[in-house]
Design a binder for this molecule. Structure first.
Ligand SMILES: [Zn+2]
Ligand SMILES: [Zn+2]
Length: 244
């Protein structure tokens, strides 16, 4: 949603300390972007409290926390790769609606991989925050996480999946920084977020492997099975062909 490149380096903002970057930019959608990020943090906070209450109501659900957390983080990694594949492969940067918002950032990123290292938190993450609202809002409204059992675990999955989606742009940004923050290096070394070396494989032309950019855990599996190659062939059989 940045409509003009008017950066003024302004580092040491609180969130930028965590994610890196820090160039302020102009946007006529700033209020909407702030609203999306605020709604994301409000909903994840509220759901977190509900999930804790649900866990206290049914302590036996606690044994599923680790598997649910693992599944949610893997799902977020898959979605990061799937959306990245679609954006790199289909439509063009001038496609109405999707082009400027979804396609252009990914393709521009191949031309200027360092651009995302300069973004402020809100610019890098407002789209992901907006997208997760489609899962967070209905779950928060219709699933009663405080009841314990399955509703609590489902809410926990949606909550952690949404946080995983938020981590996508953050982890991707870290993978491009020359000197990521110390906590990022710790997570990269532990393999919890994708490392600079592993992500560099995607940036080697023709950019058709290693699409996952959160943890990157699924890249060996998806590339080894040529998942996206088969998906592209299947889509071409139903008339959906590679874009420009
Ligand atoms: Zn790409
Ligand atoms: Zn990249």
């Amino acid at each position: 949603m940045a409509i003009a490149s008017d950066p003024h380096v302004k580092r040491n903002l609180v969130l930028e300390w965590f994610v890196g970057g820090g160039e302020v930019y102009r946007s006529r959608f700033r209020a909407f972007e702030v609203g999306c990020v605020a709604a994301f943090f409000y909903l994840t906070g509220a759901m977190g409290l509900d999930v804790v209450a649900g866990m206290l109501a049914s302590p036996s659900a606690a044994r599923y926390v680790v598997p649910v957390a693992f599944a949610a983080y893997v799902a977020a990694d898959f979605v990061s790769g799937f959306v990245h594949f679609l954006a790199d492969t289909y439509c063009t940067e001038t496609t109405p609606l999707l082009g400027p918002k979804l396609i252009a950032p990914f393709r521009e990123h191949h031309r200027d991989p360092l651009a995302i290292t300069r973004h402020v938190f809100i610019e890098a993450n407002c789209d992901n925050c907006f997208t997760t609202l489609f899962a967070l809002v209905p779950t928060h409204v219709f699933v009663h996480a405080t009841r314990g059992g399955a509703p609590t675990l489902f809410s926990l999955f949606v909550l952690l999946f949404s946080l995983g989606i938020l981590m996508t742009s953050i982890a991707h940004g870290w993978a491009h920084q020359d000197e990521p923050p110390w906590h990022a290096r710790l997570l990269q070394r532990a393999g919890i977020v994708i490392s600079r070396d592993r992500h560099a494989r995607h940036h080697a032309p023709p950019h058709r492997s290693d699409y996952c950019i959160t943890s990157g855990w699924l890249n060996p599996l998806l590339d080894g099975t040529r998942f996206f190659h088969h998906l592209e062939r299947a889509l071409s059989k139903v008339g959906i062909h590679r874009g420009g």
